[in-house]
Design a protein around this ligand. Structure first.
Ligand SMILES: [Ca+2]
Ligand SMILES: [Ca+2]
Length: 110
């Protein structure tokens, strides 16, 4: 009986770990433009980018989400793109869409 309980306990532990890793992968999706990591794109995200560029303190900053034009760096144009998105002036950078921050960039074959 003790062996059966030990096996059941081991299986439950494995399932628990698998469940936690699935949950962890589900929460790795970020919202493009959500620089302050509150899961929505608002004018605060543009402000957070501006504060970061001015070397001011910010509570949380996701540089990959803030780099909305995917230029490889966060600059004032990223804040401007967010402002344009919020003013419904176009969204060529797919702001507000979910993306995987750990996804490797696409490298075309020659
Ligand atoms: Ca936000
Ligand atoms: Ca950028």
């Amino acid at each position: 009986m003790k062996k059966i309980c030990a096996v059941i306990l081991a299986v439950l532990c494995v399932l628990s770990v698998m469940s936690m890793s699935l949950s962890a992968s589900a929460i790795t999706m970020w919202r493009r433009g959500d620089a302050d990591a509150d899961d929505e794109v608002t004018i605060t995200d543009a402000t957070v980018i501006q504060r970061k560029l001015a070397f001011m303190e910010v509570e949380e900053f996701r540089s990959q989400a803030a780099d909305v034009d995917k230029s490889g760096e966060v600059d004032i144009s990223d804040a401007t793109w967010i402002q344009r998105f919020l003013a419904q002036q176009g969204n060529p950078n797919k702001i507000d869409e979910l993306f995987d921050p750990y996804e490797l960039p696409f490298i075309p074959k020659n």
